[in-house]
Design a protein around this ligand. Structure first.
Ligand code: SF4
Length: 196
């Protein structure tokens, strides 16, 4: 996928793109940009894998329920960091959520939002990105939580649009553009496979 095309398609939507060959370079970039701020982090295996929490927490007030912290505090922060389930080359950003904390925090509230994603999250267009979010990211997340849902109990793993009470997919956020309330929104693309 051509990163220049992705950059252009994000730019008219008001969303920036920064590309890094390695996770270490991406962490250094965010560590420089985010200083002395309250920072919320959503549930994200990508953020966990790159070790961003340790870097930021030494000089910011970081709230992340996956380690220590409350979701309510994360959702009141000036800066919010999340991953994405899929990024379309055409520029749409997609997340599926269960509780809603991640999609709500990235849609409204924070002044700056950074989406940290590995190259494995990229898809050619919106339809393929949505397919990825539903059939690759969501079943892997369901497996991580050990839910009794057909995407976990049946093979091959794929979404069955289930009616299970344990269904993790309850909300879908498609960012067509940067919300007006957000000052800065940037995709941090790392040229490694990260998260789901
Ligand atoms: S809707 Fe149900 S089957 Fe589909 S990915 Fe989500 S939990 Fe799995």
């Amino acid at each position: 996928m051509d990163r220049t095309i992705l950059q252009e398609n994000l730019a008219w939507r008001g969303i920036g793109l920064a590309v890094f060959p390695t996770r270490e370079e991406a962490v250094r970039y965010l560590d420089r940009k985010i200083d002395g701020a309250s920072v919320g982090i959503g549930g994200s295996m990508t953020v966990k894998e790159i070790g961003l929490y340790d870097a930021l927490s030494s000089h910011n007030e970081v709230h992340w329920h996956m380690l220590a912290g409350k979701i309510a505090d994360a959702n009141r922060s000036e800066v919010y960091i999340s991953s994405l389930n899929a990024v379309a080359e055409t520029g749409e950003l997609i997340n599926i959520d269960g509780a809603g904390n991640r999609v709500s925090a990235t849609a409204y509230g924070a002044k700056r939002v950074y989406f940290v994603v590995g190259r494995n999250k990229l898809a050619e267009n919106f339809e393929k990105a949505l397919w990825r979010a539903r059939n690759i990211a969501a079943p892997k997340n369901a497996a991580r939580f050990g839910t009794n849902t057909p995407c976990v109990t049946q093979t091959p793993p794929k979404c069955h649009d289930c009616q299970s009470p344990e269904r993790i997919c309850r909300e879908l956020l498609v960012l067509w553009m940067k919300p007006r309330s957000v000052t800065e929104m940037e995709v941090i693309l790392i040229e490694e496979d990260l998260g789901y």
